[in-house]
Ligand binder design. Structure first.
Ligand code: SAM
Length: 331
């Protein structure tokens, strides 16, 4: 059957799978303080259902599956899922997005099961501030998680810092230093107006231009541009000569990098989301549970792809933006 190519000639090779919409952290730009996840177990895709959907995507040309959430490591027996995904023909890249809180006891086995790399969220190196941003987080545990991923041989490990004006923007330099000292990459993310919490965070927006100005001030001509092919995603990256570290920015608001978008998202409830900035979705869970044939599910996917928008409209029309919280979509 066909490969997944959308109406704007973009080939979809990357599926982001949110395995749970529960999270042990409550980052204030990601979910509102009183947001509670009520999703029932029966509403969430089982591992068998996830593996079936991933296999169908793989048959349609998807090669990379990211596990995200909520916090993916909260999902009981997550190692069983990674071992199932690692055996699907065609899937050769299984990165993980995590807050690393539960990584210390899981990193080695995750790596053995094919989780080759990780993006780890860390918004501050100051314990008190870290706790304020995450509402429940523990910086020491997260640093232990990062070190366990290094020890397990995950590579690359990219640290994700959401930069917010007046909250943590004074830590850009120390975060780069932290990454260099551990031979990791660092990505600075602009706040995105996703869900109510994200829309509220727009006030604290700190632009890519301002982030890069600060990085250039210190590392100047040691910064060498990395081609977008090498970064395999929306990040604009620079290598710091004399180190193993790449510094990147993810600037969904300042820039529109939709032209090269190669991804779609599957929520924990099995909704296929074609664009972070779109309200519509298609339920693959209902399709699987209705006993639809594999070929018909693939046709459903290919039909859904025809609705993938050309670009998101973060700048112009808040109305167009999904009311789902980021914690439900998986970033
Ligand atoms: N729990 C995992 C984690 O901490 O990475 C995965 C899920 S989390 C939703 C994925 C990424 O989305 C994190 O790097 C987080 O910082 C980012 N994120 C959440 N809300 C955001 C927002 N409003 N703007 C920008 N990034 C956001």
């Amino acid at each position: 059957m066909n490969q997944i190519i959308d109406p704007f000639n973009r080939k979809i090779t990357y599926l982001r799978v949110s395995v749970t919409d529960h999270c042990n952290y409550r980052c204030h730009y990601c979910r509102e303080e009183d947001h509670v996840t009520h999703t029932k177990r029966s509403e969430v895709l089982s591992f068998e259902e996830i593996a079936k959907i991933v296999k169908l995507f793989a048959e349609l040309g998807v090669t990379k599956v990211r596990l995200t959430g909520g916090e993916p490591l909260l999902r009981k027996d997550i190692l069983d899922l990674t071992s199932m995904l690692g055996k699907i023909p065609g899937i050769n890249d299984i990165p993980l997005s995590t807050n690393a809180h539960l990584l210390p006891s899981l990193a080695t086995q995750l790596r053995k099961n094919g989780v080759n790399r990780a993006n780890i969220s860390i918004d501050s190196l100051n314990s008190k501030r870290f706790k304020e941003i995450t509402r429940d987080g523990n910086l020491n545990t997260v640093i232990k998680g990062i070190d366990s991923a290094i020890l397990a041989g995950m590579n690359p490990i990219k640290l994700n810092m959401v930069v917010m004006k007046g909250v943590n923007d004074d830590e850009i330099e120390s975060m780069v230093e932290f990454a260099i000292n551990r031979n990791l990459d660092i990505r600075f993310i602009e706040t995105m107006p996703i869900g109510l919490a994200g829309i509220e965070a727009v006030d604290r927006h700190f632009s890519e231009k301002d982030i890069l100005e600060r990085v250039y001030k210190i590392y100047g001509d040691r910064l060498k541009t990395i081609s977008s092919k090498q970064t395999d995603g929306p990040a604009k990256a620079l290598h710091i000569e004399g180190t193993s570290t790449n510094v990147a920015t993810i600037s969904a608001v300042s820039n529109n990098f939709c032209e090269s978008c190669n991804r779609v998202r599957l929520t924990a409830k099995g909704e296929l989301i074609l664009c972070l900035g779109q309200k519509d979705s298609v339920s693959l869970r209902d399709a699987v549970r209705s006993g639809m044939s594999d070929d018909d599910i693939k046709k459903l996917i290919l039909n859904a792809i025809t609705k993938k928008p050309e670009k998101h409209f973060f700048n112009s029309a808040i109305d167009n933006i999904s009311s789902r919280q980021m914690v439900e979509i998986g970033g």
